[in-house]
Design a binder for this molecule. Sequence first.
Ligand SMILES: Cc1cc2nc3c(=O)[nH]c(=O)nc-3n(C[C@H](O)[C@H](O)[C@H](O)COP(=O)(O)O)c2cc1C
Length: 205
Amino acid sequence: MSDISLFEAMRTQRSIRRYASDPVPDELIATIIEAATHAPSATNRQPWHFLIIRDRELKRRMGEWYVDAWSSIYPNVDPSTLPQSSRSGLELGRGMVDVPALVLVCLDISEERPTTPSLIHGASIYPVVQNIMLAARALGLGTVLTTIHRKHEQEIKKLLRIPASVETVALIPLGYPAEGERFGGGKRKPVDEVTSYDRWGQRAP
Ligand SMILES: Cc1cc2nc3c(=O)[nH]c(=O)nc-3n(C[C@H](O)[C@H](O)[C@H](O)COP(=O)(O)O)c2cc1C
């Protein structure tokens, strides 16, 4: 087990889209999920369910849909002209079959009112998603928050037998980073630029 500090995990957790073939032990996945479920949710309903996909055929299908979704975002574009993060999205889809595990985070909206998914529902699920990625980082495992699989939401639900009242909100590949992939170095806006005190736009005294 790693003992990196929370702040180091927060500062170095970033999108990893290429993974080593080393398997991820089930115990580590269980540790990550258990830690993640300490996330907040409205009235503590904990509307989450985690579908861990390890079956090769299922990963292959997810990869195909991922590549299709990616291609519809960048139609007729030469991938080599795109920024690295966009290009590596395509690489992720193509290599998805070989990612050790995919964590499909699901949101059960059956007890939510209204039942149409909204920003407020998202607020009860994305904290657990971030916790998964931080816990994985603490264990030296790479992840990336992805959502474009939702283009194929209905097919995915059918394939994985997900109930109608459940939405898939994030597909998180999980694995040790491939050689050359690094934690940290994510570019972020300066804190001053994104923080105000007492009134919008008012800087710290
Ligand atoms: C709501 C949301 C959806 C995202 N969807 C995708 C996605 O479908 N595919 C992908 O490769 N990355 C996706 N990302 C990851 C972002 O590209 C990434 O967080 C951002 O570029 C910052 O990069 P860094 O994590 O390397 O610092 C998503 C992030 C968020 C918050």
